[in-house]
Design a protein around this ligand. Structure first.
Ligand code: NI
Ligand code: MN
Length: 228
């Protein structure tokens, strides 16, 4: 079965396979790159990597409307519960959630995590996502770290890496990360949304092609990549 990945700009993606949809960090309202109406999305699961507003995004509204569970860390889950979202999956770093149609592992991310209202958001995470025999790694907001090689040992088909610099790793470190993770495909994220994170994805793709064994996939907002 094909796994279809759609980019909404920033770090917001959907992952679809069969009749299931996973939403990741659905920052749609207020995302200047996004062209999709959040009301049109009917996910079966929502993953949120950390509590910053550009990742929590529309997650509470979408979870409230659809009843889709929100998978996030423990402290974030408590915030969702306090805000009327009771269907939460509260994992933590290093743990797997074995779902009916997907397995999700909370990974390390080196960043920070607090909600826009100031509530403590626990430790930030990335996710390893196993669907339909494919293994995806969504790095979240993070610096480069050497233990990405351990994530690579899980056999990553597709990695989503931030490249925008300033808030996360930039292009040079994302190339080092790609070498550690060793994915078949790599999709850049967390760039061009705001002035501090404007960068040249074409230059990034050239560097991936020259310096790694991965195939770079640069998406336009709203478009998809199919992982067969
Ligand atoms: Ni952040
Ligand atoms: Mn961010």
């Amino acid at each position: 079965m094909a796994v279809i990945v759609r980019w909404f700009g920033h770090s917001a993606f959907s992952v679809e396979f069969g009749n299931k949809m996973i939403l990741i960090d659905p920052f749609l309202t207020g995302n200047p790159l996004n062209t999709t109406d959040p009301e049109a999305l009917k996910p079966d699961l929502i993953l949120v990597s950390h509590a910053h507003g550009d990742h929590v995004g529309d997650s509470a509204a979408i979870a409230h409307r659809t009843g889709a569970p929100v998978a996030c860390n423990f402290e974030m889950g408590n915030w969702y519960i306090a805000n009327g979202i009771e269907n939460v999956i509260q994992g933590n770093t290093g743990g797997w959630y074995q779902g009916e149609f997907v397995d999700v592992k909370w990974t390390l991310a080196f960043h920070s995590s607090s909600f826009p209202d100031g509530t403590y958001g626990g430790q930030p995470n990335g996710f390893i996502i196993r669907v339909d025999g494919k293994v995806l790694y969504f790095a979240g907001d993070t610096a480069l770290f050497g233990d990405m090689s351990l994530i690579g040992d899980e056999g990553i088909d597709l990695a989503f890496l931030p490249i925008g610099d300033f808030f996360t790793m930039g292009i040079d470190d994302s190339i080092k990360a790609t070498k550690l993770i060793r994915p078949k495909y790599v999709i850049p994220m967390h760039y061009n949304t705001f002035p501090p994170i404007v960068c040249d994805a074409g230059h990034w793709a050239d560097m991936v092609n020259r310096g790694t064994d991965a195939q770079p996939i640069v998406l336009d907002p709203g478009t998809t990549f199919t992982l067969d």
